[in-house]
Design a protein. Sequence first.
Length: 319
Amino acid sequence: MSPRRRYRPSLRFAAKTRIILVHVPSAETSSILMGNTTIRGGDSTYYAATVVDRVFGGSSNSRLVRSLRDERRWAESPASALSQTNGLGMYQVGAEVRATVTDSAVRELLAQMRKIRTDTIAPEELKRAQAELTGSYPLGIQSMNQQASAVLKARRMGLPASSITNYRKQVASLSATRFRTAARTVVRLTPCLIVVVGNASQVYKGLSTIAPIAVIGPDGTALTPADLEPKTAVLELDTTLLVPRKDSLLVVAQGRTVGVQVSTLEQSGDGLLYTETTNIGNVISQTTKVSMDRAGRMRSPGPDREDAGPGHQDRSRLW
């Protein structure tokens, strides 16, 4: 069998909105991260973009929080983030959701991205975001180290030192037109990379109707839809090890014996009968029986089990 190839997206594929699904079979939730490259750190659009991000997903009362957490109860902490670098920046949107609503959450995130690009942002949303940014900004340049970092960052971006002292003024004086332009520039649906980490067996079908999708393992190995299907296999069982015996253990809590479990494997006709009995105080009284032939195949246990007597909490299971 030839070794599996690692996933390498082509440039043509990268030019489109697409999904990379990382298959983690044991995952009960899906982690969604989506975004695109955006403006350089020294771009004057950055001031308006920070306000747009605050409205969209950069605060505890953002649109994403209201939509995915408050209204739909899909995610606890959906958020967005705008990175400022001396090269191309990056805009990201993320959420962790239940596996059963993964495709619905991705569609809602895309819908919210489309809405912030096309619809006029309400004045009250903008004013609140501007007030939050201008009010919190001084807290980030209080110490000498913070001030030095701010100056170093401005130099890397090719910005004058006045960009630090004038930040609050720049943000507060922005017009509605600048916000619309910033939203369309920073938040892009095409191209947009969507990465989902979760159980692909549960979420692949729904996600495949949204955009072209590539499935990979945690190590980057490319997978096919057929790889996600449960595989049946014969259980190799060394039946020579199945010999009659009896074993038991005590259940101890705070130094006191509160229960006992007894397991027995015994000859039963031409096969074997495994019996496991658990008794823990007045809480649990359970008996499990597994009947097998000599080849280790399970079969009907045969005769009815004995009556456990009055007061017995019957939780017996038979295979």
